[in-house]
Design a protein around this ligand. Structure first.
Ligand code: ZN
Length: 443
């Protein structure tokens, strides 16, 4: 048993308890107890002690929409070309070119580096949405290998699309099916998968029929971009539907647990379709602003009791950064500074936790007896009072991922005092750099 002691414990439980001078007792992969440090120390004298010296102890962060395939785009210079004028051109000139260039080693190092960076920023669970049309088959296995090596939790999928023609479309379906069958055999609580779809506007009717049947057979939900840019809406209208959600509804894509990403250009009745089918809407404010696509109707979605989570969409691996953008965007889009105080913590600490718990089994995103020991220690010593009423304000204004000191997943210490314990951090960074050089030559 391991006792994390002498910290300020932010539980994110039902009462949002804060335990000052607190401690968390880890037994195997679970939290066995939490409470006042002295009390737990005397009750469990046999536990190994880790004194966190007044830092924050809180649940690990959960990122519900990520693209590890974006790793090698960092620092790329598109200045020599006409810069993309709108979202579709950003996809065509940048992301579809990147993913079509990715080979097996690129995928592996992109995943390893992105997950490692996230781990160092306190992200313990990631939902990744992957494309590498330069290497479709076995790409999910390569990402899973990185997940295993680092010891985090991840939900993986391949974004099936018809954008590169029928052969690659079938390859992407085959990759999804074979990966799902493989991991289902093992019943793991750290690695999961579902069927990934790129977006309505790059999927033909026959493909949607095929994946819907596959989802029935494998009892899987979906992870799909929807109504991100106007292109998705306009395409759905050309096909006879007023909205991409409505089109996808015809193919039974909206089923319990399906993750609808973005939902910026939603039409009347579409929030209700997502809610009534027990889906999640995942907001990615940083990405939406970067692509200049608009803002999702979060206020309306939450008022209709739709489950809304928060992801990074590959813009960053740091969930603390995304919280800041989510807060600003919600206030700004509605011209209402009162918004955000309850909505954003609900999205990031409740709904992301709910999705992760449903996906992996153990209770995630909360510190309480019996919950998973996915815990981070943050080197933050506030200048002002911290209590159950204001933890979110402290996180929003006081914490970023670079302040994470220790990351624990399933009771295992992955990083301690900023030193990664499970892999050679510097070696991975060096090897990733060499692989990226090679990738840039091919791009
Ligand atoms: Zn995305």
């Amino acid at each position: 048993m391991l006792l994390l002691t002498n910290g300020t414990v932010i539980t994110h439980d039902q009462d949002n308890r804060v335990i000052k001078n607190g401690a968390v007792l880890i037994d195997g992969e679970e939290i066995k107890a939490l409470g006042e440090a002295e009390l737990l120390k005397s009750k469990y004298p046999e536990a190994e002690i880790k004194d966190v010296k007044g830092k924050i102890i809180m649940p690990g962060m959960i990122n519900t929409h990520m693209h590890i395939y974006s790793t090698f785009a960092r620092g790329m210079d598109l200045k020599t070309e006409q810069p993309p004028r709108h979202f579709l051109e950003i996809l065509e000139k940048m992301w579809w070119r990147v993913d079509s260039t990715l080979k097996a080693d690129d995928v592996y190092y992109s995943a390893l580096y992105a997950f490692l960076t996230g781990l160092k920023q306190g992200v313990t669970t990631v939902f990744d949405h992957h494309a590498s049309y330069g290497q479709v088959r076995y790409s999910l296995d390569l990402i899973a290998k990185a997940v295993e090596e680092l010891g985090i939790r991840a939900d993986l999928c391949y974004e099936i699309s018809d954008r590169n023609g029928p052969e690659q479309s079938q390859d992407s379906i085959t990759e999804s099916e074979s990966f799902l069958r493989k991991i289902r055999e093992k019943d793991m609580d750290h690695l999961n998968g579902r069927i990934g779809l790129h977006a309505s506007f790059t999927l033909e009717d026959e493909t949607l029929e095929q994946v819907s049947d596959l989802a029935d057979e494998l009892d899987s939900s979906f992870h799909i971009h929807v109504a991100e840019g106007r292109t998705d809406l306009e395409d759905s209208r050309l096909r006879g539907y007023n909205g991409a959600v409505k089109r996808l509804d015809q193919y039974n894509i909206w089923r319990p647990g399906t993750m609808a990403i973005h939902g910026v250009h939603l039409q009347e009745g579409e929030l209700e379709i997502l809610r009534d089918n027990d889906c999640y809407l995942i907001n990615n404010p940083e990405s939406n602003m970067g692509n200049a696509v608009g803002a999702a109707p979060l206020k309306e979605a939450l008022a209709k009791d739709l489950k809304v989570g928060l992801g990074t969409d590959g813009y960053t691996t740091d969930m603390f950064e995304s919280i800041k953008f989510a807060n600003l965007m919600l206030k700004h889009q509605n011209r209402d500074p009162r918004l955000g105080w309850t909505e954003i913590p609900q999205m990031v600490f409740k709904t992301n936790a709910q999705l992760a718990t449903e996906t992996f089994g153990p209770q995630l995103g909360v510190l309480k007896e019996g919950a998973a020991a996915d815990i981070i220690v943050v080197d933050y010593k506030p200048p002002t009072e911290i209590n159950s009423d204001n933890t979110y304000a402290h996180i929003l204004f006081g914490i970023n991922g670079g302040m994470v000191d220790t990351t624990i997943v399933k009771g295992r210490i992955l990083m301690e005092n900023r030193e990664v314990q499970v892999v050679d951090d510097e070696k991975i960074t060096h090897e990733t750099g060499e692989q990226a050089d090679d990738f840039w030559r091919r791009f």
